[in-house]
Design a protein around this ligand. Structure first.
Ligand code: ADP
Ligand code: MG
Length: 696
């Protein structure tokens, strides 16, 4: 790196030894370069004002101008708050502080014109602005002000956002006259609409307009995403060259016999397409690492089954791994039934497989007697060895950790082909990044004859009417799920809620006319299974459960899904749960029960569920609400090290950056002279990051 940028931060004017120390410890800023790349996370448009009457339909931050007309304190103890009545020419709103009341009270001036910046919240139907930022009205309304992240310690030594801004302004004054290498050639920047990196760095800190800020951040985001895509594509090329895979030469008798004579229904065209993609992988001699995304009920199991028959027909063994015991059992039962006409040995292995049976099973796996093994995590144990495992199918992938998946690779001298099936649809742009190393197939079609599920959002107050509705459905011969949340942090409370709910339901639906099942995580596996089976056979009318039933179970006669405290579930979980109904010929319902006080996000989740059944649309909203790291449930977003790009919001830039990366790698354009600097940067990136893509 060049000399100027690598200058230690203590050499900047305004940074003494103490501040330098803090910058290093708190923000990991050691050099001029680190400070230059400490981007503002937002710009406040100081020239833009809202009026109070616009607040009700505005999302996010607002800036309003007006005066405080009165100050009061209300509540006692923990409920104590300071309220300032604030007025502009369109109306009145409360500014509220829950902390620091005395200090703030002294700083507030009544009847003086000020500007207020903050994020309005609704509380019991009334709008207020909690903990706003108040400043004197700025003369001549300067344009955009950058906002930097800071910490309490930094703030105490004057390095709040404004203080950091000052340092950066002084750094920019020097940076302006320094030479700075532009890595992209002119043509490239023109094609992708990019300003130079130096311009972008100058502008992102001190934009003269909103447009400037956008242009600058576009370039900087593009940079991050471009190198990320380049890295992923290159790594994938390297790994697919290296890892040889078994070749399944022929379609084989098993597949042909089943497909011609025993398949229970015609495949949808999406199922056919995905199966072709799989088949192609298996003949190429490379190791297959493919992700199949398909909404709940899209028929992934059948694709898995047919893929496994490709393996057995070529003399290999196959394994199917499910995230829960209930699901593994269900797969085992439905597959043994479907495969009955074929001469295949299908076995089940779970945590509750008896030791005696286990020993036999282990032997039969090793001598090749078993053709297809279905099971849970138990399958991963080192004692489980195969004669020649050709393919592993992993169902409902999101329940398995990355490390667990990697263990499957060690089952053979040569790794088996891997097919991962997920019902948590991942938006395309995100899949490109997280699964840069996997090939992705999409089943984007449901089997014919499915009736869309009607989803309703109801408040707890309408519970009596709900019970009435449930009785009508039961009278028609339908069955019902009622699901309660159970999360670790509040396990005890949740468990009590579940039990209270169960009691209330048995009272409202008394024997002998009604039969109610219950299943939860604290029960013994055999009791769970017993209850699940009773429900599956239609012997009970209502299944009260926690989310243990979330994935995979298939009871076509169940047509109503009631989700209690629905506001506590994430969108993808709600969608999964809803997917348990709508599997039969009957009209199905999903009823979301919530309390009265809902956050804005919870309302959005409920509205989204009511509006659409489309898993991909739901995943997009989920991504917007939660951000990608959370969605994946892994630390991967941290490893990606994105400072300014946001995978949730910058999908269009991801697409452009990927196009650019692909076009550079095509015909080895990247090896030509104009791209010397890009290549150099890529080498740095490849060296500095662990190869995490490989284990995904
Ligand atoms: P998921 O993708 O959620 O795992 P499943 O594989 O469990 O979905 O399939 C859901 C239901 O659809 C099952 O009852 C299955 O038998 C049925 N099914 C699968 N494929 C088809 C098809 N091509 N035509 C009709 N029904 C199908
Ligand atoms: Mg499934």
């Amino acid at each position: 790196m060049d000399l100027f940028l690598s200058t230690p931060i203590e050499f900047l004017k305004g940074v003494g030894p103490q501040r330098a120390d803090l910058l290093k410890k708190e923000l990991n800023i050691h050099t001029f370069s680190d400070l230059l790349f400490h981007y503002p996370f937002r710009h406040i448009d100081r020239s833009m004002f809202h009026t109070i009457d616009q607040i009700t339909d505005h999302e996010g931050f607002v800036q309003i101008k007006g005066r405080i007309t009165g100050i009061l304190e209300s509540g006692v103890g923990r409920n104590k708050r300071l309220i300032a009545k604030f007025q502009d020419h369109t109306g009145m709103i409360d500014l509220v502080w829950f902390k620091g009341a005395r200090w703030i009270r002294n700083s507030l001036k009544v009847n003086e014109e000020v500007q207020v910046y903050g994020r309005p919240k609704a509380f019991k139907g009334r709008w207020n602005i909690p903990h706003p930022e108040i400043s004197p009205v700025e003369k001549g309304g300067t344009g955009l002000q950058p906002v930097y992240s800071s910490t309490e310690k930094l703030t105490n030594s004057g390095l709040h956002s404004k203080g950091i801004e000052k340092l950066i302004i002084s750094l920019l004054a020097q940076f302006k006259t320094q030479p700075f290498i532009e890595r992209f050639p002119d043509d490239f920047m023109k094609e992708y609409g990019l300003v130079t990196q130096k311009e972008a760095l100058m502008m992102v800190h001190q934009p003269s307009s909103l447009r400037d800020a956008q242009v600058a951040s576009y370039r900087l985001k593009f940079d991050e995403l471009f190198y990320l895509q380049l890295e992923l594509i290159v790594r994938k090329k390297i790994s697919s060259k290296k890892s040889k895979g078994y070749v399944f030469e022929e379609v084989g008798d098993h597949f042909n016999e089943f497909y011609k004579n025993h398949i229970p229904f015609e495949l949808t065209s999406a199922q056919k397409r995905v199966l072709k993609e799989v088949r192609k992988d298996l003949t190429k001699g490379h190791h297959m690492n493919r992700l199949i995304q398909g909404d709940v009920g899209s028929g992934k199991t059948l694709v898995a089954l047919l893929s496994m028959l490709l393996a057995t027909g070529n003399g290999f063994q196959a394994a199917l791994m499910a995230p829960t015991e209930i699901l593994a059992i269900q797969h085992f039962e439905s597959l043994t039934e479907m495969l009955a006409p074929l001469d295949l040995n299908v076995q089940l292995l779970t945590g509750s497989t008896k030791k005696k049976n286990r020993t036999v099973l282990h032997e039969e796996l090793e001598d090749g007697t078993v053709d297809i093994l279905i099971g849970t995590h138990a399958l991963l144990e080192d004692v489980v060895k195969f004669k020649n495992l050709g393919i592993v199918v992993i169902d409902e992938q999101h329940r398995f950790g990355v490390a667990q998946r990697a263990r499957m690779w060690r089952k053979n001298t040569s790794p088996p082909h891997v097919l991962i099936m997920t019902a948590t649809p991942i938006p395309r742009t995100l899949a490109m990044t997280f699964y840069g190393d996997l090939d992705v197939s999409i089943i984007d079609e449901l089997p014919p004859g499915r009736k869309p599920i009607t989803t309703m959002h109801k408040y707890d107050a309408s519970r009596l009417r709900l019970f009435g509705f449930l009785k009508e459905e039961i009278a028609k011969g339908r069955q019902i799920y009622i699901v309660y949340p159970l999360i670790q942090e509040s396990e005890k409370l949740d468990f009590n809620n579940l039990m209270d709910g169960y009691e209330a339901i048995t009272r409202a639906f008394p024997a002998p006319n009604y039969h109610v099942s219950i299943v939860h995580g604290k029960m013994k596996p055999e009791d769970k299974e017993f209850e699940m089976n009773r429900f599956a056979k239609g012997e009970t009318h209502i299944m009260v459960a926690t989310t243990v039933i979330e994935v995979g179970v298939n009871v076509p006669n169940a047509s109503v899904m009631v989700i209690e405290s629905a506001e506590r579930f994430g969108l993808s979980q709600l969608h999964q749960l809803r997917g348990r109904v709508g599997r039969g010929a009957e009209k199905s319902y999903c009823i979301l029960m919530t309390g009265d006080e809902l956050s804005k996000e919870a309302i959005k989740r409920m509205q989204t569920m009511v509006r659409t059944n489309d898993g991909f649309e739901i995943a997009e909203v989920d991504l917007q609400l939660r951000g990608p790291g959370d969605l994946m449930g892994t630390q991967q977003s941290g490893i990606l090290d994105l400072k300014i790009a946001n995978l949730a919001k910058d999908g269009n830039i991801v697409v452009r950056a990927r196009e650019a990366a692909l076009s550079l790698l095509k015909d080895n354009k990247i090896d030509t002279t104009p791209y010397d600097n890009v290549r150099e940067r890529l080498q740095q990136v490849l060296k500095s990051r662990p190869n995490w893509g490989k284990i995904a």
